[in-house]
Design a protein. Structure first.
Length: 188
């Protein structure tokens, strides 16, 4: 992943904004109509959370579509500056365990970045341009990933990506029953 690629280079500038008092059922209808998987929950112009498809499903599975978005949302929203470099954002997403971050500029929401955006950007940049951890435990000639793990295996494939079971950005993906899954999902 190029150190020069920033959030503003990959973020979706159009996003669905909802308020805390909106109903989850109605918000799901908006998500479906707009073809998006996440809504930014706003209090005025201030982002206070995100309502993801998983948040909505958990509420709807509980049988209450009339719940307020405030009761179902992930809060606070994880925010990153629009000028932040993607390697730092990828690390933050992994640490926070989130698949979405809200890009902000001048304390205003300006876009959304998904784990998919980060992974896609990392695969589009030639390997020679990637930024690697200089303090890695591997040899100087061997490229390393975000946490000092090999960025590319001997067969040329990355072990970093989005887990096909839980959807999180993870290192150490491995095949399990034909799906690439993270270490946590392999243990389950």
């Amino acid at each position: 992943m190029s150190g020069a690629v920033t959030v503003k280079d990959v973020m979706a500038r159009d996003f669905l904004g909802v308020s805390e008092g909106d109903l989850v059922g109605e918000t799901v209808e908006l998500l479906l109509a707009e073809g998006v998987e996440c809504a930014v929950v706003l209090r005025g112009h201030e982002p206070v959370g995100l309502l993801t498809e998983r948040d909505a499903l958990a509420t709807l599975a509980g049988g209450d579509p009339s719940s307020a978005v405030a009761d179902a949302m992930t809060d606070p929203a994880v925010t990153v500056p629009a000028g932040e470099r993607l390697p730092a954002v990828a690390g933050r997403m992994a640490r926070e365990g989130v698949r979405w971050v809200l890009a902000v500029a001048d304390d205003e929401p300006v876009g959304l970045v998904t784990a998919h955006d980060v992974v896609t950007a990392s695969t589009l940049v030639p390997e020679a341009d990637r930024t690697f951890d200089a303090d890695a435990r591997f040899g100087a000639d061997e490229p390393v990933g975000l946490a000092g793990e090999p960025a590319v295996t001997g067969d040329g494939y990355s072990t970093q990506g989005v887990c096909e079971a839980c959807g999180t950005l993870a290192r150490g993906l491995a095949d399990a029953n034909g799906r690439l899954v993270c270490p946590n999902c392999r243990e389950a």
